[in-house]
Design a protein around this ligand. Structure first.
Ligand SMILES: Cc1cc2nc3c(=O)[nH]c(=O)nc-3n(C[C@H](O)[C@H](O)[C@H](O)COP(=O)(O)OP(=O)(O)OC[C@H]3O[C@@H](n4cnc5c(N)ncnc54)[C@H](O)[C@@H]3O)c2cc1C
Length: 380
């Protein structure tokens, strides 16, 4: 049994906890990071060739890009949309019918991207909740249901034919479950290039790897201005605490009563011969109520197959399918709703991660924010 004291303890080694640790290290702060694993929802396959969690990065993920190796670009022309028995691609003659709606969507996306990039800068020193609340456009879209937003801008049929399928495969949600902020965020790949990637974990943790303990925290107590953290048989003490775990675990310690709704998905890594229905394009996109959500072809001719509930028959899509791996992401994220949660919980406690806004870069920035606040707290 060990009992040690640190200035700050970070619980959770996903991108948000790692970003926080990295920033604290840059300021020579005293800290310990305790996590069940390193990477969290960035989960590579055993041989490192596939990503079982986060799949792509955008070219404007300024911080995250420093710690990933870019692989091939994901292009719109590589998408195949599925609607019942029907399959079609984006660049088809029928697209002309939707061109006016597309132009409207593009205008909205450029406006959103500008505000979103500004938000990223602001969020390094202002909590995400406060920063969104201070921006009337971003706050408005956060509070609006995506289905109502789509109706308001009269882009329903184009959304139904194309965007809903891209969104179901990236957010695992249907349009009427989402808020308009997430709708716009996850449509950004229409105007910002996206790439598959591999996470350079060693590069990320190089400067603070001796401050990491692999373990599972089971309890946190706060008494006399100090936190007491239980991990296995060991106890750790700290003045500051950063909760960088999934919100459904951390909310009880942070006194968070309401969160956005969790959404889950199943992922199968499959080896098999693709049947003609999926053979022509690299990415197969489906929409609600399809149980299958997306199929991605990897370089080694294996596939990632995402589905919602009961495992569907794979024979429709593959000859001789063999399952290499299965991962149930429960939850994959917690972004459907209109609840903004404050990161600074008082009593030197910070709650970071993707509970307000999903995605690697946004999670990374919540880690920077917490670290910056701790550095300020520790200044004499
Ligand atoms: C299938 C899937 C696909 C995705 N695709 C993309 C994508 O393409 N692009 C993108 O930008 N984002 C994507 N995301 C979202 C992105 O992965 C997340 O937003 C981001 O990784 C969240 O990081 P985090 O640090 O907040 O949480 P996490 O990565 O979940 O980290 C939480 C950490 O806490 C640890 N932990 C939990 N409980 C305890 C405990 N009791 N004690 C100690 N440690 C604990 C966990 O082991 C983990 O390391 C995807 C997510 C999923 C699931």
């Amino acid at each position: 049994m060990t009992s040690k004291t640190f200035d700050t303890i970070i619980i959770g080694g996903g991108i948000s906890g790692l970003a926080c640790a990295k920033r604290l290290q840059e300021h020579n702060e005293d800290f310990l990071l305790i996590s069940k694993d390193i990477g969290g929802r960035i989960l590579p396959s055993e041989d490192g060739t596939a990503n079982y969690g986060a799949f792509f990065v955008c070219l404007d993920y300024y911080h995250t890009l420093k710690y990933v190796k870019l692989k091939n670009q994901i292009r719109l022309r590589d998408f195949c949309f599925h609607e019942g028995e029907d399959t079609y691609v984006l660049f088809e003659p029928a697209l002309i019918k939707y061109s006016f709606q597309f132009l409207k969507a593009l205008r909205l996306l450029y406006k959103f991207r500008k505000a979103f990039r500004k938000l990223r800068k602001v969020c390094e020193n202002t909590s995400q909740k406060e920063a969104i609340e201070n921006d009337s456009f971003l706050h408005d879209v956060y509070m609006k249901n995506a289905a109502d937003f789509v109706k308001e801008y009269a882009i329903e049929s184009g959304t139904d034919r194309y965007l809903s399928k891209g969104l179901y495969s990236t957010t695992f949600s249907k349009i009427d479950e989402m808020n308009a902020f997430s709708f716009l965020e996850f449509c950004l790949p229409l105007i910002t290039p996206i790439y598959r990637f591999s996470f350079e974990k060693d590069k990320m943790i190089e400067s603070f790897k001796d401050k990491i303990i692999i373990g599972s925290v089971s309890d946190i107590k706060h008494k006399d201005g100090k936190y007491k953290i239980k991990s296995g048989k060991d106890f750790f003490h700290s003045k500051n605490i950063v909760l960088a775990t999934e919100i459904n675990w951390s909310q009880r310690f942070a006194g968070v009563k309401k969160t956005n709704l969790p959404v889950d998905t199943n992922m199968l890594h499959i080896k098999g011969n693709p049947k003609s229905i999926i053979a022509k394009k690299e990415y197969q996109l489906f929409s609600y109520p399809s149980n299958v959500q997306a199929i991605a072809t990897l370089k080694d001719e294996t596939f990632l197959f995402y589905y919602k509930n009961k495992q569907p028959s794979l024979d429709r899509y593959f000859a001789n399918p063999k399952i290499i791996s299965h991962k149930h992401w429960k939850p994959a994220g917690t972004i459907n709703g209109h609840t903004l949660i404050e990161c600074n919980r008082g009593n030197n406690m910070f709650l970071i991660g993707d509970y307000n806004v999903a995605g690697l870069e946004e999670s990374y920035i919540t880690g920077i924010f917490a670290a910056n606040q701790i550095v300020k707290l520790n200044q004499p």
